[in-house]
Design a protein around this ligand. Structure first.
Ligand code: V47
Ligand code: SF4
Length: 368
């Protein structure tokens, strides 16, 4: 039975995908604009299965947010505070070690480390942070610092971006997360994050990261004031850089949460939009291997559905997520391996626990 698309225009996009023709900006706009979510999802699922069949990845990870003091104070961020505010914190190395040791019996494979731009910290703090983590957890990978932090650290150290990345690598940095790009639009930046590095700088730093031999992820923060055209432009800029460096590992659309931000009036993203962002990314980012459904932001249940709309990865067990929960996320603070595997299996996929580089971890091992 060959079912027609509810939106006939998707047929032409299906033909392009069949012929291996790259999708255009206009195709991207159509995919975001159409109400035929099922059609877009079918296309994305076909492409996803070609690459990953019925495999769905997750990682046993732990988040470490070393300080919430940040001089940028982006309007969409509920996590950052000023130094004198209630709840401001910066972890000492003892506190970092204590957090790691509190989970030392768990098979944590990846440490995801990001924080605010805190003027009280010097460059050596970051070197010691990486060294402390490597000493306490020598077998785990360190995925740390966004391009925003790298730019800041380069200023702090007086080193070039390349030298800064080199020093961080020597201290234990293994790969970089994808945050800080937000939406690559000067219009949105002026309104929501004027103090943060601009898209050109983000892309330049990412290129230097990839040229240093490190891989990274990429994200887009959606669901605030961005237009559909700005979303598509953002994805195409990532695709263009990936053509040159092949250094991106996964793309993660991040659903905006407005509680405790300067934009509390904005409504939550809809399920339709969350799934669209996954599916369109799978179709436009033809040179990205992995599309992540970040369950912390879209919830455990929708993340399961997202596996059939183009996603092949659910991120991880997390343990103590702070950034989205401060902005009102109602998802769990962390999940066990057993919960992750159940989420994946009950969606009809085969769970594969991975490391930061998508290598399977101890296949066949007992899950607890
Ligand atoms: O850059 C900040 C976003 C990002 C809010 O690479 C918000 O594997 C929603 O980048 N509502 C940090 N989002 C998180 C991030 C990430 C997460 C998971 C995996 C990976 C990865 C990267 O969080 C920031 C910003 O875009 N953010 N505030 C908010 N109110
Ligand atoms: Fe600081 Fe990052 Fe929050 Fe912006 S999003 S205020 S740079 S912590």
């Amino acid at each position: 039975m060959k079912l027609p698309f509810a939106d006939k225009r998707l047929g032409a996009i299906g033909s392009k995908l069949e012929n291996g023709t790259r999708l255009s900006k206009e195709d991207g706009l159509l995919l975001f604009e159409t109400q035929d979510l099922t059609g877009v999802g079918m296309l994305a699922d076909t492409v996803r299965r070609r690459r990953h069949n019925d495999t769905a990845y997750y990682v046993y990870n732990q988040h470490l947010n070393y300080t919430n003091i940040c001089k940028n104070r982006c309007r969409f961020c509920a996590y950052a505070v000023d130094r004198e505010d209630n709840g401001a914190y910066t972890w000492s190395m003892d506190e970092v070690e204590q957090r790691l040791r509190s989970r030392i019996d768990e098979p944590v494979n990846e440490l995801h480390i990001v924080g605010g731009l805190n003027p009280a910290l010097d460059f050596d703090y970051f070197i010691q942070l990486l060294k402390t983590v490597k000493r306490v957890r020598p077998t785990a990978s360190i995925k740390a610092f966004t391009c925003v932090e790298i730019d800041y650290l380069s200023g702090l150290s007086g080193l070039s971006v390349e030298e800064t990345i080199g020093a961080l690598k020597d201290a234990g940095l293994d790969m970089m997360p994808g945050g800080g790009a937000e939406v690559m639009s000067d219009r949105v930046r002026n309104e929501l994050f004027p103090k943060k590095i601009d898209s050109k700088r983000w892309l330049t730093i990412m290129e230097a990261v990839h040229n240093s031999g490190l891989t990274s992820n990429a994200t887009m923060l959606y669901g605030h004031m961005e237009t559909l055209e700005e979303r598509v432009d953002h994805l195409l800029k990532l695709r263009e850089l990936q053509d040159r460096t092949h250094g991106f590992s996964a793309y993660i659309p991040l659903a905006f949460h407005s509680a405790n931000t300067k934009l509390p009036h904005l409504p939550a993203t809809t399920a339709m939009d969350d799934l669209k962002n996954i599916a369109v990314a799978r179709l436009l980012l033809d040179n990205f291997d992995h599309i992540k459904a970040y369950w912390v932001m879209i919830g455990e249940k929708l993340a399961q559905v997202a596996l059939s709309y183009g996603a092949d990865d659910l991120d991880g067990t997390i343990i103590e997520e702070r950034i989205t929960h401060t902005a009102g996320a109602t998802s769990a603070k962390g999940l066990t391996r057993k919960q992750m595997e159940r989420m994946i299996r009950s969606s009809g996929f085969v769970p594969v626990e991975r490391d930061s580089f998508y290598r399977p971890v101890s296949p066949g091992q007992e899950v607890s």
